[in-house]
Design a protein around this ligand. Structure first.
Ligand SMILES: [Zn+2]
Length: 239
């Protein structure tokens, strides 16, 4: 009884210090939760085609929960510009759900597309890793770091041409320890999957190291609206 009351007081006190906000739009929440009612109602779910057409020449399937627009874009930006692990936990829920629905049974290990050492040093964290760590809990496993980024690349968002994007990330990933990859089936997680070049390159590196299978999942990708060309899409985090 007393403990319950204390916990309630503690929660109320913390809410006063850090009022709960919507993970997507950042607005203060009126009710308990982590996504506001407006976002919950209007999130751009990828109802049709949650599998972003198989990516790369190898055709890795990629489950994508939401279109990369509006409040989803705002939420991803907010995640990148501050270590917001609560936000990663919320987003990971959407990733895990899309992966479970679309790719359940196709993997038994969870990993992520790493940022370069320089980017990791600048930011102090890797957003894809935070997402993978939170999503992996759904399957009671730990997200494993399996890849390293061999060089710093230009931001994919600065390149409009899909061929240039592909070239920019070609051969930039390699397995950290091939012996921990060999023969295993991975779910590879990233925050955004735009043209799929980054994801395909990282998935290819896992296959090269001997992975038995690689399937992918991202929080967001693509656009619903036809008036926004794909070339304006941004996945500026992977550089
Ligand atoms: Zn919201």
């Amino acid at each position: 009884m007393m403990t319950g009351l204390l916990n309630e007081c503690r929660t109320a006190f913390l809410d006063l210090l850090f009022p709960p906000k919507c993970a997507f739009c950042g607005r203060l929440l009126e009710k308990p939760g982590d996504v506001c009612e407006a976002c919950e109602k209007n999130l751009p779910y990828r109802e049709e085609g949650k599998i972003l057409s198989a990516i790369g020449e190898e055709g890795f399937p990629c489950a994508v929960a939401l279109y990369y627009e509006d409040m989803v874009r705002d939420g991803v930006r907010a995640l990148k510009f501050g270590k917001k692990s609560w936000r990663a936990r919320v987003f990971a829920r959407y990733i895990a759900q899309a992966a479970a629905e679309q790719l359940g049974g196709d993997f038994d290990a969870v990993t992520f597309v790493p940022v370069s050492r320089r980017r990791n040093f600048q930011r102090g964290f890797d957003q894809a890793r935070l997402l993978a760590e939170a999503a992996a809990k759904t399957w009671s496993v730990k997200a494993e770091p399996t890849l390293k980024k061999l060089r710093h690349t230009r931001a994919q968002s600065s390149l409009n041409d899909p061929e240039a994007r592909k070239k920019n990330v070609k051969d930039v990933y390699a397995a950290l320890h091939p012996d921990r990859v060999r023969g295993r089936r991975f779910l590879l997680i990233d925050d955004v999957c735009t043209t799929g070049s980054t994801m395909a390159s990282a998935a290819g590196a896992l296959m090269e190291a001997g992975a038995a299978r690689v399937v992918c999942a991202a929080l967001a990708g693509g656009h619903r609206k036809v008036d926004k060309p794909e070339s304006q899409a941004e996945d500026f985090g992977k550089n």
